[in-house]
Unconditional design. Structure first.
Length: 77
């Protein structure tokens, strides 16, 4: 592993795979949200993209769906 950055609180390493490892001052690994926060603060990773909110059905769309489903099918002669 290659050491990228060293501060009083933590050390950041880059693995051969390109991923990052973070250790605290006592050389214990830091994981989870703490690790993500450190890497975001140092600018080594981008913030995760947020999912687009699902479209909420409005009253108009619900009414048009009901109208189309309740209409009798046209018979062809």
């Amino acid at each position: 592993m290659k050491e990228i950055k060293r501060t009083k609180e933590h050390r950041i390493y880059q693995k051969k795979s390109g991923r990052y490892a973070v250790t605290d001052a006592r050389k214990r690994p830091v994981n989870g949200e703490d690790k993500a926060t450190i890497l975001l603060a140092e600018g080594l990773v981008a913030a995760p993209k947020q999912k687009a909110p699902e479209p909420v059905a409005t009253e108009e769309t619900a009414e048009t769906a009901e109208e189309t489903s309740s209409e009798p099918a046209a018979e062809s002669a």
